[in-house]
Design a protein around this ligand. Structure first.
Ligand code: ADP
Length: 270
């Protein structure tokens, strides 16, 4: 029997969106209400274990979509299912990694990773085993007793990823997690993330502004267009990994994606 490729679909859908709409209502000082139609008729089927990137011009609803999947925002109409169940709020089946790390500054690296399992009231032995496992996976054993302010940005993001993994969510949501990092650190973390994804077999929904990052990482990239946010393109990146960003094949995907995004970026700067 052939071993499954990392990211291979295993049947049940991890995330399903059906005719999803999101309109924000904001109260103005004069008593009027401004409506912002952030997402329109979003239909998605994301398989378990898939690595999906979401890209698009500013304001196209990337964060809104991620926050709806996380359960931080409600839908205005339509359906959003995670592992076959409607999302009614945040839950342990989903973990979020933020661009600004969102670590607990008063806890050490190991304590940050152990935090979720401890809250879940599993016994100390299991908490310790999970902490060791994820310290190993993200390569931070030597820094286990350091505090967040003593770490580089890349290390902080490794802790944030380990902390989410330790809660064993089915779906990991990442909102431009490497956006604040320099290019070398970013490349290193992309490699680590692909390795972790291959090991942990999680579904990943990853927002990026970088076409290269989307093509390097994802099985499939969803391009959104703004006002209102709609799915403009779904591009399956069927290149073997590790991917060569200088290859003709890579640039073929890059051309398609840039052509899809360029008009929206131009409209944004007009
Ligand atoms: P992106 O992440 O692609 O930049 P967002 O999801 O942040 O886009 O925003 C999509 C649209 O919804 C934008 O027009 C934005 O101004 C609007 N929006 C986002 N959050 C809110 C909110 N809490 N209240 C009102 N409008 C919002």
């Amino acid at each position: 029997m052939l071993a499954a490729e990392p990211g291979a679909a295993v049947g049940l859908s991890a995330i399903t969106a059906r005719h999803l709409e999101k309109t924000y209502l904001s109260a103005n000082r004069n008593g009027s209400v401004t409506e912002t139609h952030a997402l329109s008729d979003i239909n998605l089927e994301i398989a378990q274990g898939e690595f999906i990137c979401i890209i698009g011009a500013s304001g196209c609803g990337k964060s809104t979509l991620l926050r709806i999947v996380a359960g931080f925002e409600s839908v205005s109409s339509g359906d959003l299912l995670v592992m076959g169940k409607p999302v009614a709020g945040p839950g342990p089946d989903r973990g979020m990694v933020f661009q600004d790390y969102a670590l607990f500054p008063w806890l050490s690296v190991a304590q940050n990773i152990a935090y979720g399992p401890r809250q879940a009231k599993i016994n100390d032995e299991e908490v310790n085993a999970l902490t060791e496992r994820y310290l190993d996976i993200v390569g931070l054993q030597k820094f286990r007793n350091r505090y967040p302010h003593e770490l580089s940005g890349g290390m902080k993001q490794r802790v944030a990823i380990a902390r989410v993994l330790a809660n064993d969510p089915a779906v990991i949501l990442m909102d431009e997690p490497f956006g604040a990092l320099d290019a070398f650190t970013r490349n290193g973390l992309q490699e680590s993330l692909l390795h972790i994804w291959g090991e942990a077999k999680k579904t990943i929904l990853f927002i990026t502004h970088s076409v290269d990052e989307a093509i390097y990482l994802s099985d499939r990239t969803i391009v959104l267009s703004p006002h209102p946010g709609r799915v403009k393109l779904e591009l399956t990146i069927d290149l073997p990994r590790p991917r060569d960003i200088a290859s003709v094949e890579f640039n073929h995907f890059k051309r398609i994606m840039l052509d899809a995004i360029a008009p929206d970026i131009a409209a944004e700067t007009e």
